[in-house]
Design a protein around this ligand. Structure first.
Ligand SMILES: NC(=O)c1ccc[n+]([C@@H]2O[C@H](COP(=O)([O-])OP(=O)(O)OC[C@H]3O[C@@H](n4cnc5c(N)ncnc54)[C@H](O)[C@@H]3O)[C@@H](O)[C@H]2O)c1
Length: 311
């Protein structure tokens, strides 16, 4: 089975590709490598440095499954690069779908985001609730979902709405809540929380990798699936970290009103169970940092790196 991973050099992509190779899949990665390439050489792996806006038929030859992760992947980065973001996150989707259709793709998995729900008071935010995307990033995800859905009678499409991801990947991201607050505590023993009461769902990167594998390996019905398992306030996360790394929590005002929980029963009813959690992510980051294998590198902060490198 040949799998094409668009954005396979990213935070989630790197962990996913490593796992696919362990499972003996043949993997092709297409990625601009804006944040580097941490994938080790492997006989079953081909890595192509290329923009998804330039994809062509040749890229899809002998491909059975596509996993699409290549996006401008957070709110401030999309605000910084609005035109690029609409092009990459939305407009390129049409080309990708046409190529997937003409190459007879067996499964297509698209990484949307749980943030498409925006602000929701409901305790169970299920896939059938209305979307109220707040930021431009959230809007690009919602519009791209709509575009992918237009092709759902052409090939099987899985739209996954992941919660905020946490935990360690070789291509690290330290601009994600749990990872960022843990690094603040490790470096300065101070955790800065904006607002604090907003509820956000979380998923460990290993579990998200398992969600994608679950969809590849099992007979899961195509459709839209939430993927998030711990709905916690930012302050709760900060408190969890400060019990492990003695640190002061400073609260400042927030201009980000997003607050929602995710209910992932639809996913668990297909037989998926998470094995990791936020607590595990904090512990592993502490351990890896203390061993000297996790640095507070600029490239681990999406928007800082995009500005620095004029992407
Ligand atoms: N990390 C999270 O918390 C989270 C949560 C929900 C959804 N998602 C979605 O999951 C996907 C992966 O996220 P991530 O955290 O790994 O982000 P990431 O930024 O680490 O990875 C994205 C990868 O895509 C590549 N890329 C971006 N634009 C490209 C283009 N035009 N052509 C080719 N490659 C391109 C980048 O170089 C990068 O390697 C994204 O679509 C993101 O929106 C992530």
């Amino acid at each position: 089975m040949n799998i094409l991973v668009l954005g396979g050099c990213g935070y989630v992509g790197t962990a996913l590709v490593e796992k696919l190779l362990i499972k003996n899949f043949k993997v092709k990665v297409i990625d601009t490598q804006w944040f580097g390439n941490y994938l080790e050489k492997n006989i079953n792996l081909t890595v192509i440095q290329k923009d998804i806006r330039d994809l062509n038929n040749e890229d899809f030859v002998d491909v059975n499954i596509v996993i699409h992760l290549a996006n401008i992947a957070n709110d401030p980065a999309v605000e910084l690069k609005q035109e690029l973001s609409w092009e990459v996150n939305v407009l390129s989707s049409l080309r990708i779908c046409n190529l997937a259709q003409s190459n007879n793709i067996k499964k297509f998995i698209y990484a949307s985001s749980g943030s498409v729900y925006g602000y929701k008071k409901e305790l169970k935010v299920t896939e059938d609730l209305s979307l109220v995307p707040i930021s431009t990033y959230n809007k690009t995800k919602m519009v791209a979902e709509e575009l992918f859905r237009r092709f759902e009678n052409k090939f099987p499409i899985y739209i996954v709405r992941p919660a905020t991801v946490c935990g360690y990947s070789k291509r690290m991201r330290l601009d994600l809540t749990v990872n960022m607050l843990t690094m603040q505590a490790l470096k300065n023993n101070i955790i800065t929380v904006f607002g604090g009461k907003q509820i956000r769902p979380n998923i460990h990167v290993n579990d998200l990798v398992s969600v994608y594998l679950h969809m590849i390996l099992n007979d899961v019905k195509p459709g839209t699936y939430n993927a998030g398992f711990e709905n916690l306030s930012i302050l709760e996360i900060a408190n969890m970290i400060s019990t492990k790394i003695k640190s002061k929590i400073e609260i400042s005002e927030s201009n980000d009103p997003r607050s929602y929980r995710l209910d992932s029963s639809k996913l668990t009813q297909t037989g998926f169970e998470p094995n990791f959690n936020v607590n595990y992510a904090i512990d592993e980051l502490i351990e890896i940092y203390q061993r000297g294998n996790l640095k507070d590198d600029d490239s681990f902060y999406t928007v800082k790196w995009m500005k620095k490198n004029k992407i």
